[in-house]
Design a protein around this ligand. Structure first.
Ligand SMILES: *Cc1c(COP(=O)(O)O)cnc(C)c1O
Length: 377
């Protein structure tokens, strides 16, 4: 059997181990040290816009802390995109709050501003104003931030940007993750860069960052003994893990370029195949890191479904995966409110994520090409 081609494997630079070794040599192995501050500095320089970044043990923790700092609590309502990974919605439940799911629009597959406005107005007329909006930039594609921020401002609702998949993406030249009151980044093993597992909360002032550090390290008051006036969490990133992040920062631009080249490869490959659309930026305003390359297959045009292609890949030991199953269709959220039509549902029915790693070889690409040509010949 030929080696497995994964959807989105880690791609190390080789530098990571040096930073990790430094941490060992200096005996800085816990949640303090140079790797943490330098990884945070590196992210701040990359995102620009004068942000304050706090690195944590996951993006899921980052969303949870953002909700806590915004004061989300029992029975509050929080709006989020239905078309996402479950980690965008789970932290809402951690707070005892209720998620409200919004459909996608067709251009970016992200939160539909029309459905968002409808949801806010209906919830307000029901006597309950949503307390926050978590907007996701899925597969690296920026959401329609101008429209979403305008609506959020109109109703004075804070925005949390889930940019877990969108490090390196930009909307109108501004980095995803820097638009909202808070931004979220992920360094999970399958993301564009990885620390094995990790995340970050992007803040816009030192006060929010200090709160994030405080809450993520068990909320210890300033006293010689252990004194606590708040509920805390154990969410901070360790200095070892941050060393991996420092090594990854050195190649982040290369990784974005390589992922975008994978997208170009699929655009070229599918250009003569009718009924298959490679998901691409709708205009010059959008710059996607193309974390994952994805396609929509219209089964009415050539009789092939996304399952036909997925299974053909599987036979050749190549991983592909259906698009995210919308949250309002998940058993765990079956009682949740939903606003929109069937855009996300149709994307789920007909869409497929293709191998998108930044470290695929020409030989890997040839194997992928042969399967696609065979299925659609
Ligand atoms: C991966 C991901 C997360 C969670 O990231 P972790 O670091 O694994 O907690 C959240 N939201 C989206 C959209 C993701 O893809």
């Amino acid at each position: 059997m030929k080696h497995k081609i994964w959807l989105s494997p880690p791609h190390l630079s080789g530098k990571e181990i040096e930073f990790v070794k430094d941490a060992f040599d200096q005996n800085w192995v816990t949640s303090l040290g140079e790797n943490i501050s330098e990884f945070e500095n590196g992210l701040q320089e990359f995102l620009k816009d004068d942000v304050n970044v706090c690195v944590l043990n996951s993006a899921t923790s980052a969303i949870h802390l953002a909700l806590i700092i915004l004061g989300i609590s029992l029975n509050d309502e929080v709006i989020t995109s239905t078309f996402s990974f479950v980690a965008s919605a789970n932290p809402i439940a951690y707070c005892g709050a209720t998620p409200i799911f919004i459909d996608s629009e067709k251009e970016t597959w992200n939160m539909c501003p029309v459905a968002l406005k409808e949801a806010i107005e209906e919830r307000i007329s029901n006597g309950k104003k949503p307390k926050a909006i978590i907007v996701v930039h899925l597969y690296g594609m920026p959401a329609k931030m101008d429209k979403i921020l305008k609506i959020a401002e109109e109703y004075n609702i804070p925005v949390i940007e889930d940019a877990a998949e969108a490090l390196g993406s930009k909307y109108k030249g501004k980095a995803c993750g820097t638009f909202g009151r808070f931004g979220i980044l992920s360094f999970n093993g399958n993301k564009i860069i990885t620390t094995s597992g990790g995340g970050a909360l992007v803040c816009h002032n030192q006060e929010d960052k200090d709160k994030t550090v405080f809450l993520s390290t068990q909320a210890r008051d300033n006293a010689p003994h252990y004194q606590h006036s708040h509920i805390g969490y154990n969410y901070r990133m360790s200095n070892i893990v941050a060393g991996i992040g420092r090594g990854q920062m050195e190649v982040l631009n290369d990784r974005v370029e390589a992922r975008r080249k994978m997208h170009d490869f699929y655009v070229e490959l599918f250009k003569d195949i009718e009924g298959v659309e490679v998901f691409s930026e709708p205009s010059e305003d959008y710059f996607s890191n193309h974390w994952l390359s994805t396609i929509i297959i219209n089964p009415e045009i050539n009789g092939k479904t996304r399952e036909d292609l997925r299974l053909a890949f599987l036979e050749e030991n190549i991983e592909s995966r259906p698009l995210w199953k919308p949250m309002h269709l998940q058993p765990v959220f079956s009682d949740a409110l939903y606003y929109g039509t069937n855009v996300a549902e149709e994307l789920f029915d007909n869409g497929l994520c293709l191998p998108s790693g930044s470290n695929l070889s020409d030989e890997d690409r040839l194997r992928i090409q042969i399967v696609i040509k065979k299925v659609f010949s």
